[in-house]
Design a protein around this ligand. Structure first.
Ligand code: 8X3
Length: 250
């Protein structure tokens, strides 16, 4: 298979790339940081296994032309892993930064939608393809400060289900993977804008999911027999549960 992974230089994206290549598949890796992509490409055995596209996932013009210039054996994309996404801030809605909100919507929603729309016609024409979106438990369960981040992931969840409604009769699979608390990536560092103390505190004293755990889920849904579609996987570390209903008392 040829697997196109966004946000591929670290975390879930990198772990997924390693997993697919380890099982003989080819990957196209999209991320902004060229050096990280090159190092990953080298460690995956070079150009015959991994092609890289160094650009912002929002730059659909550049992505489109990069895809057209791929070597022939990478042109037919079988799986799109819409992994690029981010959370910015954890402030209450009345204090949150509006630019952060807009950036999350641009990347988590708009870029994902554009890329999906770009790749779907060739998948439908070939009667073969799989869109794997990375949602979040934040799209299902509200938490303080989750505001727009959670809302973007709720979009991803409903978009995934609506894609199924359009594609079940066209041999295209769609899956939404919704991880809970996940460490080993830059997620919290990005959310807290480089504040390592705040980022590390998220995982202190607990055992979060790791990128390999998410890669395992992505790989599993992608390699099931073609008549099986996993709509959604919601996974959490054993130490997390959707159990809190807070009551504010004066
Ligand atoms: C990542 C999980 O709980 O930090 O999307 O929102 S959470």
């Amino acid at each position: 298979m040829v697997v196109f992974i966004t946000g591929a230089s670290v975390g879930f994206g990198e772990a997924s790339a390693r997993k697919f290549v380890a099982h003989g598949h080819k990957v196209i890796l999209l991320a902004r940081r060229l050096e990280k992509l090159k190092a990953l490409q080298d460690s995956l055995g070079g150009e015959q296994n991994a092609q890289i596209i160094a650009c912002d996932v929002r730059d659909s013009t550049q992505i489109e032309s990069a895809l057209q210039n791929l070597p022939q054996d990478f042109r037919h994309i079988d799986v799109l892993v819409n992994n690029a996404g981010l959370a910015l801030g954890l402030q209450s809605a009345d204090k949150a930064n509006i630019a952060d909100w807009e950036e999350m919507i641009q990347i988590n929603v708009l870029a994902l939608v554009r890329l999906t729309r770009l790749l779907l016609p060739q998948m439908v024409a070939r009667k073969k393809g799989h869109i794997i979106n990375i949602g979040s438990i934040a799209g299902r369960y509200p938490y303080p400060g989750g505001n727009v981040y959670g809302a973007t992931k709720a979009f991803v969840r409903q978009f995934s289900l609506n894609l199924r409604a359009d594609l079940y009769d066209k041999h295209i699979r769609v899956s939404n993977i919704e991880p809970g608390l996940s460490g080993g990536s830059e997620f919290s560092l990005v959310r807290f804008k480089g504040d390592t103390n705040l980022a590390n505190a998220v995982y202190e004293g607990t055992k979060p999911l790791l990128p390999q755990d998410i890669a395992e889920a992505i790989f599993w849904v992608a390699t099931l027999p073609s008549h099986v579609n996993i709509n959604t996987i919601e996974l959490m570390p054993t130490t997390q549960a959707p159990a809190a209903l807070n009551v504010y008392k004066e």
